[in-house]
Design a protein around this ligand. Structure first.
Ligand code: QAP
Ligand code: CO
Length: 204
């Protein structure tokens, strides 16, 4: 296993539309292992192959469990248990150690085959370090993908996991979360990030 370099904006490779994996072999297994080490090493909850400079449709996620205490939402809608859309609460979280690894998902050629509803979530990205902004996305998605053995499976998600699937699949299409922001906010963030990147080049 080895840790990979995570590309950051404005690296042009992040705009690559990744290619479908034709067959899941040793190269893919090894890449996935390295991506897992890289994501945990960077304290991320999701990572796409594009972010480590690899042109393959592979994503991994380890999204912490959301609290499901407040199943009763304000507007009187009650969600099924285990599908709660309740916001995750910042206090009283499990330790970093305890929550890692338990929910690790690895998806090859992931596709959103159904989506509904909407959710606004404050997103961040290992390729856009230090930036957080609200993004509106579908609130529920069904994703079809291949597992590490090349077998097809489907998974339904809502809340943070649904956000994470959409965010990571966007990476495979060369799209960063900041592209979902309004023009003024997006340009402000891009200018700031390009300035930081230029300064880092100068001092290197
Ligand atoms: C994508 O994001 C995501 O700025 C994964 O300084 C985001 O792992 C899925 C990170 C929101 C669902 C909701 C960002 C770490 C990690 C930073 C991440 C930073 C350090 C972001
Ligand atoms: Co990202």
């Amino acid at each position: 296993m080895s840790k990979l370099n995570i590309l950051t904006y404005p690296d042009p490779f992040l705009k690559t539309k990744a290619r479908a994996v034709e067959s899941v072999g040793e190269a893919e297994q090894s890449l996935i292992e390295d991506m897992v080490e890289t994501m945990y090493g960077a304290r991320g909850i999701g990572l796409a192959a594009t972010q480590v400079g690899v042109d393959k449709r592979i994503i991994i996620l380890d999204v912490p469990e959301e609290t499901t205490e407040d199943l009763d939402t304000d507007d009187g809608e009650v969600f099924e248990e285990g599908k709660a859309r309740g916001r995750s609460i910042k206090e009283d979280r499990p330790s970093e150690e305890a929550k890692r690894g338990g929910n690790l998902l690895k998806l090859i050629n992931p596709e959103i085959i159904n989506s509904s509803g909407s959710i606004v979530y404050e997103e961040g990205c290992l390729s856009v370090p230090g930036v957080n902004a609200d993004v509106k996305r579908a609130g529920e998605v069904t994703v079809r993908a291949l597992n590490q053995d090349g077998e097809q499976f489907e998974i339904e998600a809502s809340g943070l996991l649904a956000v994470a699937f959409q965010h990571e699949i966007d990476h495979l299409d060369g799209i960063l979360f900041i592209e979902h922001l309004g023009r003024i906010k997006r340009n402000l963030i891009k200018r700031r990030l390009r300035k930081i990147a230029a300064e880092e080049l100068e001092s290197a």
